[in-house]
Write a protein that binds this ligand. Sequence first.
Ligand SMILES: Nc1ncnc2c1ncn2[C@@H]1O[C@H](COP(=O)(O)OP(=O)(O)O)[C@@H](O)[C@H]1O
Ligand SMILES: [Mg+2]
Length: 359
Amino acid sequence: MENLIVLKDIVVKFDGEQVLNSINLEIRDKEFITLLGPSGCGKTTTLRIIGGFVEANEGDIFFDGVRINDVPPYKRQVNTVFQKYALFPHLNVFENIEFGLKIKKMPPKERSAKVKEMLELVGLKGFERRSIDQLSGGQQQRVAIARALVNRPRVLLLDEPLGALDLKLRKEMQTELKRIQQSTGITFIYVTHDQEEALTMSDRVVVMKSGNILQIGTPQDIYNEPINAFVADFIGESNIIPGIMRTDYHVEFAGNSFECVDTGFDPDQLVDVVVRPEDIKVVEADEGMISGVVKSVIFKGVHYEMLVEGAGEDWLIHSTVASEPGTLIGMNILPNDIHIMDREEEPVLSEQKEDGNED
Ligand SMILES: Nc1ncnc2c1ncn2[C@@H]1O[C@H](COP(=O)(O)OP(=O)(O)O)[C@@H](O)[C@H]1O
Ligand SMILES: [Mg+2]
């Protein structure tokens, strides 16, 4: 796949405060890419740069190889779907979707055909004459999506579009959006702070924090090989334990030495050891490399979630068998399930931020 949009060294400042720190991002044609990160990390600002609603203080943006820094939003081949759908309340479903085509002065017959096609695409056939206030939240969101797609943009920007829907509807719409993206071949750039949503729908995920991109990869890459403890923690629940990488394949943590599969760290380097809750095997107390006391157990449907205290750490464990609170248990971790990461140093990110102001 070719790059459709390229952001190069994009810096954005609001009131002197830098909110995007030299962002570099290549978005491929026809992909479903998601910007994921906590509130305030710069996701919406990045989207607005692409839509043309925010001007970069530094850097360039390219569309199909052409620099578009100075191209106004309405001339970009991009449409946006917002969390607040902003539908016209006095127009019915058909008229809402038709609106953009009317502005373009498309003949009525052609308009009607396009609107019908869109209604079918978003699963609202038969709803043409409904007024907006007779629709559920999910249906309104479908109208908003149809309206944004009817002009056949090359790119659709979606800023937390499912945020206002309840969980069941969100799940349904996630599947729908993926289907719509695949059947239209339009590039979707999606923003969310919900890691599960990002992992379910995306071809690639861009993890952001404090105006920086930390990692870009497929959902599998990001989940299995998070680049640091922040990403690991944000992407799924994790145990993050301080450790020392003694030599290649050999790490110490929780008062024990473990075999691992990692190499290339300095001798005796301080690291973060990341272990997923589902990767801790519960065994008899005397058979575990670590032992600990069960503090709490919660039934989660597919597994039990146990909090265990041992070797000076709290351990989150997902297990299909539960141990009673108060029990002493053993815990084992296989080399493959131990993920070693450079210990993340917060100050580095804010230093970068300050440097960015200068150059
Ligand atoms: N128009 C604006 N004026 C001043 N500050 C802004 C403006 N828009 C966003 N910000 C700030 O920029 C940072 C990034 O915001 P935003 O891109 O909306 O983050 P996200 O979408 O990831 O929650 C936040 O600290 C926010 O307060
Ligand atoms: Mg936002």
